[in-house]
Design a protein around this ligand. Structure first.
Ligand SMILES: NC(=O)c1ccc[n+]([C@@H]2O[C@H](COP(=O)([O-])OP(=O)(O)OC[C@H]3O[C@@H](n4cnc5c(N)ncnc54)[C@H](OP(=O)(O)O)[C@@H]3O)[C@@H](O)[C@H]2O)c1
Length: 249
C-alpha cells in the first residue's frame, strides 16, 4: 500500500511515547529521530558511532524537542546478552516501549551471487536481518507493556521484487519482509502492530553508494519522507498490521 509523505503532525502527536530507532546518527534514521522528537516522543537513539550519535542528539536538544536517550551499539557485533541488557535497561528506566524502528542497514556490494564476497554476505545478513530479529525478540516483552505499540522494518523495492546483482542486500530485505509478515500474524491479537516500509529513493550515503553515477540532488532529502514515520507511529495508523507499505515521492 502507498502512503503519502506529506503528513502534517502536531508537537503533541507522540507525547509520552518512547520509540527506539536504529541507525539514528545519520541518513534516514537521523531525519526520523528529529521528526519523532518534534512530535513529542522520547527517542532511544541507537547507533555504533558515538560522535555522530552525539551530534544528532545535540541537534534535537538545540531545537528544543524532547531530550533523546543515546544507546551506542554495533549491530554487527551485538550478541543476545547485549539485547538482554537493553531489555533490562528499558524496563528499569522507562517501563515500556511504544515503537521500534529497524532503520540501520548496509548495502553490501553489487555482485552476481556466483561471485558474491562471503564475508560481505555474512556482515550484511548479520546487520540487516539477524540483528533485527534479535532486537525484536528482546523488545517484544517491553513493547507488550505499551497500550499501542509499533514495529516498523525498513525494507526496499529490491526486497519485494528481485533485482540481479543486489546480492545480500536484496536477500536481506526479502528476509525482513518475511520477518515482518510472520510477526504481524503472530502478534495479530495484541497491542503491537507490525509493518514493513519501502521509503523509496532518498539522498543518503546508501543511495550514493548504490548509484554512484547518479545526480544525487535529484533524490528527495530524507527529511521530506520522515513525517510519514510519525504517522506510522501514532494512533491514527493503528489499523495497519502486516502491510507492505511504500512511501510516495
Ligand atoms: N536511501 C535510500 O534511497 C533507501 C531506499 C530504500 C530503502 N532504504 C532503507 O532505509 C534505511 C536507511 O537507509 P539510509 O539511506 O539512511 O542509509 P545510510 O545513510 O547508509 O545509513 C545507514 C545507517 O545504518 C547504520 N549502521 C550500519 N551498520 C551498522 C552497524 N553495524 N551497527 C549499527 N548501525 C549501523 C549506519 O551507522 P554508521 O554511521 O555507524 O555507519 C547509519 O546510521 C535502510 O534500512 C535502507 O535499506 C534506503
Amino acid at each position: 500500500m502507498l502512503i503519502s509523505t506529506n503528513y502534517e503532525f502536531s508537537e503533541e502527536q507522540l507525547k509520552d511515547k518512547t520509540i527506539l530507532v536504529t541507525g539514528a546518527n545519520r541518513g534516514f534514521g537521523r531525519a526520523i529521530t528529529i521528526d519523532l522528537a518534534k512530535a513529542g516522543a522520547c527517542v532511544i537513539m541507537m547507533g555504533r558511532d558515538l560522535a555522530s550519535l552525539e551530534s544528532a542528539y545535540d541537534e534535537v536538544v538545540d531545537l528544543g524537542f524532547v531530550e533523546p536517550i543515546l544507546y551506542p551499539l554495533d549491530l554487527e557485533g551485538a550478541s543476545p546478552e547485549h539485547y538482554e541488557q537493553l531489555q533490562a535497561n528499558v524496563l528499569d528506566q522507562i517501563g515500556s516501549l511504544d515503537g521500534l524502528i529497524h532503520n540501520a542497514g548496509i548495502i553490501g556490494t553489487m555482485m552476481p551471487i556466483e561471485q558474491y564476497d562471503i564475508k560481505i554476505w555474512y556482515s550484511t545478513m548479520q546487520i540487516n536481518v539477524n540483528a533485527a530479529f534479535m532486537l525484536t525478540q528482546f523488545m517484544i516483552p517491553v513493547l507488550s507493556k505499551s497500550r499501542d505499540a509499533r514495529i516498523l522494518f525498513l525494507s526496499s523495492s529490491v526486497g519485494r521484487q528481485a533485482r540481479a546483482y543486489w546480492g545480500a542486500y536484496g536477500v536481506s530485505k526479502f528476509a525482513i519482509e518475511g520477518l515482518s509478515k510472520t510477526l504481524a500474524e503472530e502478534l495479530e491479537k495484541t497491542n503491537i502492530k507490525v509493518n514493513s516500509l519501502n521509503p523509496g529513493n532518498m539522498r543518503t550515503e546508501m543511495r550514493r553508494t548504490a548509484y554512484p553515477a547518479e545526480d544525487s540532488d535529484k533524490n528527495p532529502l530524507p527529511e521530506k519522507k520522515s513525517p510519514a514515520i510519525v504517522y506510522l507511529m501514532c494512533s491514527e495508523s493503528g489499523h495497519l498490521n502486516g502491510e507492505q507499505i511504500t512511501l510516495d515521492n
